[in-house]
Structures are given as C-alpha cells and as structure tokens.
Ligand binder design. Structure first.
Ligand code: AMP
Ligand code: MG
Length: 329
C-alpha cells in the first residue's frame, strides 16, 4: 500500500491530490482568476501560497487519511511559471521535511500523459492542449518524445487572446465555444500545419482584422474552432501514424472543448484507434495526476531524500524529451 500526495502549481491552479495504489482519494484545487487580462505570475503565486494550506487540509479530509499515512510528496517541478513553481516547490519541500518523507519531482506534461492510464489508455499519443503548451507527446524508444508543437503561442492562449480582443473575459475558451454554437458560417482562415507542428499567431492577426472589418463574432468563433481544431487533430494523426500507436489521449484545458473532443474521436474512429479523454478534474491542471505519476516514479525508486530535499530546485523550462525515464520498462 502506497499513499502519495501530489502538489500542482505550474500556472493558475494550485492543486493537492492524494493517490493510493493508483486510485484517487482526493483531488482538491483552486484556480486563480482575473477579471480582465491574463495571469500575472507573482499574483498567481500569492494565490497559491495563501490558499495552499486550506486546500491541503481539504484534501486530507476528503481522502480520510492522516498525514502519518503518507509515503511521499510529489510536486510539479516544471515546466511552468517560475513564481508559481516556487510556491508549489516550497509547499512540497516543507511538507516532506515536516513529515520526514521523500520528495518526488514530477514533469507536468508527463503527468498529463500518464494519468491517461486511469481512463484505460496504456500507450497513448497525447494531444496536450493547454493555455501555454500545445504539444503532441508520446513515449517511444525509451524517452518521452515531442513529435509536434506550436511554433508560437499555445492554443489556449491563442483563443484567450482573441476572446480578450473581442471583449470577452478570461478564460476565453469556454466563451468562444458557446458563441461558436450560434453559427455555421465558415469564414476562411489560414490553415497552418507544418509537418507535425502548427502556427497560430498569423491566424490570430487574421481573426482580429476580420473582427475589425465587421465580421460577426459568432462566425469567427465558429471558424476558429473549425480551422484550428482540425490542425491539432491532423498533427496528432500524423504522430499516431509515425509511431504506429493505437491510442489518442487528450489533455489540457482546451481539451474540455466538446467540438475538439468530437473531431478527435472521429479521427480515431476513422483510423481504428481508441480515443481517451479524462474527466474534467483529471484533464485540467490538478494534483491527482501529479500524485499518480509520483506514485509510479516512487515505486521505481525515484525519490529525493534527507538533506537533498532542502536543495531541490524548480525546472521552469524542463524538457519533456530529456527526462531519464527509469520508471518505464
Ligand atoms: P490549462 O492551461 O491546461 O489549465 O488550460 C487553460 C486553457 O484552456 C485556457 O486558455 C482556457 O481558455 C482553455 N479552455 C478551457 N475550457 C475551454 C473550452 N471549453 N474550449 C476551449 N478552450 C478552453
Ligand atoms: Mg497543464
């Protein structure tokens, strides 16, 4: 029996998850929000430091466990916003020291991929669509590999940026999804797939210009989804073909979008692949996925102990493809 605590704090969300033998006992989180504008990293970090202890208490209560039962504390070491990562690192480090338990540093993107196991995926290609990150990731030949990614902004930030320009607040994704349902008028937009990569900033400029010239917001929202989501699905399909895998997994906040889910599912059906999309609490940034991967790594002997805990650092630009993957055989 192993009980692991997971601390997530890479960006807007502070989350505490508790996992026991691969099962989620608790998954508590709180998201930093703004009325207008995007995330201010230091403000988000203040949010994490302020609310962290309360979220932790709630998680312990929801899990019905005592601190003494915990075997290790895992945390998101990177990639992410440095002030936010520091808030989570401090929380996890202090907790590990206080409990006298090891620390397990986890890569955030890999956690999005591995948590797919809970939904039945065993060896998926991950289409990771979050605010800042947009990547196609899969495990191949001993490493997690990035097969494709955005060449400029992340798809969530792209949508949020356009939504902000159109006078909608943050986060813009859910609002764009809702408005898009009011239209079926497809306005042609640039389609930018380069191999397994995509580019979004030119499309953003194009959308802004069309809005200024009087195009209807609903038409643009609809056209945005009908243009950009196929781009994402195309890169994922190319990766599936390239590595000859049979499972697609969605991850990240934009994956909450039902149209993106629908297109992904259809692509999978057409090529005989299985489609997996975790429930919302495991799809967006959360502590449970950190604890889930933390447990797998801990069982494989990956842990930081003793005095080394005090020196553990964050890795804001940690590269997913440079990880020494000792926990997968
Ligand atoms: P993450 O960085 O993974 O937490 O995801 C946050 C991003 O997901 C933000 O850019 C949101 O606008 C976006 N998002 C959330 N819900 C939706 C949705 N239903 N459709 C599109 N984007 C969404
Ligand atoms: Mg994420």
């Amino acid at each position: 029996m192993t009980i692991i605590i997971g601390v997530e704090s890479t960006a807007h969300t502070f989350g505490i998850g508790i996992v026991k033998d691969g099962k989620v006992l608790a998954n508590e989180r709180d998201m930093y929000n703004t009325e207008e504008g995007g995330i201010i990293p230091t403000d988000a970090a203040d949010h994490h430091r302020e609310l962290g202890p309360g979220i932790y208490e709630k998680a312990l209560e929801a899990a019905g466990i005592k601190e003494e039962d915990v075997d290790a504390v895992s945390f998101s070491q990177g990639p992410g916003l440095p002030p936010c990562l520091l808030a989570g690192r401090d929380f996890a480090r202090d907790l590990a020291l206080r409990l006298g338990k090891p620390l397990v540093p986890v890569n955030h993107c890999v956690a999005h991929l591995e948590v797919g196991r809970m939904t039945g995926a065993t060896d998926p290609v991950l289409l990771y669509c979050s605010g800042a990150n947009t990547q196609v990731i899969a495990y191949a030949a001993g490493k997690y590999r990035i097969f494709g990614e955005t060449l400029d902004v992340g798809v969530g930030n792209f949508i949020d940026n356009f939504a902000r320009y159109a006078g909608l607040g943050f986060p813009g994704g859910p609002k764009i999804e809702k408005i898009a349902k009011e239209s079926t008028n497809l306005i042609e937009l640039p389609y930018r797939v380069k191999g397994m990569d995509i580019a979004l900033s030119g499309i953003l400029t194009n959308l802004r210009q069309k809005l200024e010239k009087g195009a209807k917001l609903a038409d643009l929202a609809y056209s945005l989804q009908e243009t950009v989501f196929p781009m994402l699905v195309e890169t994922a399909e190319r990766a599936l073909a390239h590595v000859n895998k049979k499972e697609l997994l969605l991850g990240g906040g934009v994956a909450c979008n039902s149209r993106l889910q629908e297109m992904s599912k259809k692509m999978c059906e057409e090529r005989g692949a299985a489609f997996f999309c975790p429930e919302r609490p495991l799809l967006v940034d959360n502590g449970a996925m950190i604890a889930f991967l933390g447990e797998i790594m801990f069982e494989a002997g990956v842990k930081v102990e003793g005095e080394a805990i005090e020196k553990i650092d964050i890795m804001p630009r940690q590269r997913t493809d440079q990880i020494d993957v000792v926990w997968k055989k």
